[in-house]
Design a protein. Sequence first.
Lengths: 364, 372
Amino acid sequence: MSFSIYDFTAFNQAIDQWLRSVMSPGWALITELTIIGLVFLLFYALVGLVLVYAERKVCAFMQCRVGPNRVGPYGIFQTIADFIKLLMKELVTIRKADKFLFTLAPFIVIIASFMAIATIPFGKGLHAIDFNIGIFYLLAVSSLGVIGILLAGWSSNNKYSLIGAMRSGAQIVSYELSVGLSLLTPCIFIGTLQFSGIVEAQANGWLIFTGHIPVVIAFVIYMIAATAETNRGPFDLAEAESELTAGFHTEYSGIKFAFFFLAEYMNMFIVASIAATVFWGGWMPFHISGMDGFNHVMDFIPPFFWFLGKTIVIIFLMMWFKWTFPRLRIDQILTLEWKYLLPINLVNILITAFIVLMGWHFVK
Amino acid sequence: MTDTKTPYLEQQEYTINMGPQHPSTHGVLRFVVSLKGETVDKVEPHLGYIHRGIEKMSEKMTYPQIVHLTDRLDYLSAHINNHALCMTIEKALGVEVPERVQYIRTIMDELNRIASHQLWWCAFGMDMGALTCYFYGLRDREKILDIFEESCGSRLLHSYYCPGGLMKDIHPNFKQRVKDFLTYFRKKLPEYDTLLTGNIIMQERTKKIGLMTKEDAVSFGFTGPAGRGSGFSCDVRKHHPYAAYDKVKFTEPLYTEGDTFSRYKVRMDEMWESMNIIEQLIDNIPDGDYQAKMKAVIKLPEGEYMQRVEAARGEFSVFIVSTGDKSPYRIKFRSPNYCNLGAVHHLSKGFKIADLIAIGGSLDLVIPDMDR
C-alpha cells in the first residue's frame, strides 16, 4: 500500500480498490461508510475530551490557578472521569414534557455537527466528502443545529428553558447570515466553493496574506459570528450561569447533557477548522516566497499537523474571548448583527466583487 | 361576583422568581420579577431569609458582646460596623479614646473598605460574565486578609475594636505589610480598569442603565457609593468627621449621571482615595495606649445615643436606647443595604432582566445587612 503522510489520495484509492476486489461494489461502499463513520465517532469523542480538558487548563492559567491536576499526570484523565460520572447519572424524566422531542433534541445537534465535519479537509486527500458546493453544503447543514436547541427548550416544559432556547435560536439564526456572507468573500477571490479547491488555491500564500483588506475584514467578522454561532464567549447568554440557570439544557442530565456539552465543543472545533481552512490555508504549510530553504523546512512538517496547529490557535483565541469579556445582552447581540456586521459584510462583498472583476487580486 | 384585578398581575404579564438561591443575588434574597417580554415591569424583593433577630438578641447581651454581633451584619465592612457601635458607647460614656486608637481604627476601616470594594468588583465582573475578574480581585484581597489575620486574629469577622479602644495592639509587622500592600495594589488597580472599565461590552451594559436622579436618591435615602453616583454628596466622613478623618485630605468622588456605570466608577475611585488616606496615616501612628480605661461592666447612662459611620455600602448608624442597665433597652441599626434595596424597583423598571443583574451588582447588596 502506498502510504504517504503528505498525500492521502493514493492511500484512499488503494484501500478502495482492495475492498472492491474482495467484495461486491455495494458491500465495499457500505464497509467504507462504516469505517469512515467509526473513525469520525472516535475523532469526535477524542476531540471532545481534549477540548474540555484544554478549556479547563487554559481558563485556569488565565485566572491565576492551576486547573485539574489530580486525576492522572497533570490531570489529563479528568475529562474521562467527568464523562464516566455523567454516564452514571439518573436520566430524570420530566412530567408533562414531550418525551420524544426531549430525547430527540440532543441527537439533532450532534447529527448537524457530524454532517459538517465530514467536509473538512484534514490533510491532502484526508476528507470524507468533497462536494463541488462544499461551503454551501456546510452552511446548510450547520443551520440544522438550531432545530435541536429549540426542541430542547420547548420540550423541557420549563419557563427558563424556553426563554433560553428562544434567545439562542434568534441569535444563531441571525449570525448564520454573517457567517455565510463572510465565508463568501474568500470564495469570490478564489472562484470555487469546493474545499479542496480553496485549499489548493492557497498554495502560494495563505488567503489572509494574499487577500488583503477585504479578507482580513471577512476574517474578523467570521470570528465574531462564529463565536456567536456556537453560543460561546461573550455571546453565551443562552447558557448564562448567573442569569437564568443553564438555559435550554437546564432539564437535561446524564448522557443527554453530555451530548449537548460535547456538541458545543465539537462545534467550536468545526468553526475553528473552517476558519483555518478558508482563511489560513487549511493544510498548506507557511511559505515565504523567495526563501526556498525555509519553505523546504516548512514542507517537511506533515499537512495534518499544519491543519491541527492552525485550528488549535483559533480555538485558543476563542477560549481567550470567553474568559476575558463580559457577556452581551440579547438585544445588544442582535443589534451587533443586524446593524453593524451585516452592512459591513455586504459592503465588503461589494468591494471584493469589484476587485475581482477588475482583476486586481493576486489569487486566481 | 365582581371581577377584581390583583394589583400585581395582569393578563399579559409573566412572573419569574429569582429565588433565594440564585448565583446573582449575592445572598438569600428573593426577587419576584414580573416581565413584559424581556422588559422588567415590576420587581418585588422578598426579604427575611436570613433574619437572625440581631437587634432583639442584643437586648440580652452586654455591650462588649454586641460588638461581635455587629460584625455579622455587613460582614464585608465588619470593622466599620464595630466602629459605629464602639463610638456610640464611648460617646454615651464620655470616654476619650487615645489618639493611637483613632489612627489605627481609621486605617483598619479604610483597609476594610478596599477589601469590600475588591470583592464587589469580583462579583460585578462575574455577574457581567467576565469570570476572570473574580480571581484577580480575590487574589489581591488575600493580601489584605493576611494583614488582618496577623493583627486582628481573623480574616473576615474580626471584632477587633472594643468599647474604649482595641482588643490588642497591632502586630509589629503591620506598618510594613500595609506599605507593601499599597505599593502592590497601586500597580494592580489600573489592571482592573484595563480588564473591565475600558471594555466596550461592559460600558454598553452599564451606561444609561438604572437611572437615579439626585432628588430621588435623597428621598430614597440612597447613600454610599450608589448615592454618590447620582450626585448626592453623602459621605459621613466628610460631613460628620469621626476618628482620624478630619486629619486627612481626600476627595469624595461624585458623578452626576446616576447610572450603573457612574456607581461603578465611584467605587473604583473610592479604592484610590482609601489608599491615599492610609498612606497619609500609616507613617504617623502616634505611640500610646491601645485602650482607654473602662470599667469592667459597662453600663450606659439613661438616654438615647446615636452615631453614624460611612460603611462600604452607605451610611450605617447605631441608635441605642438605654435605661441604665448593662444591656440596651433597644438597639437599632440603620442598615444602608435595606434603604438601597428600596430603590430597586424604581431603578429597574423599563430595563431588561440582564440589566436587573447589573443594577443589583452596582448596588452591592449584602443581604445579612438587610435582614439583620
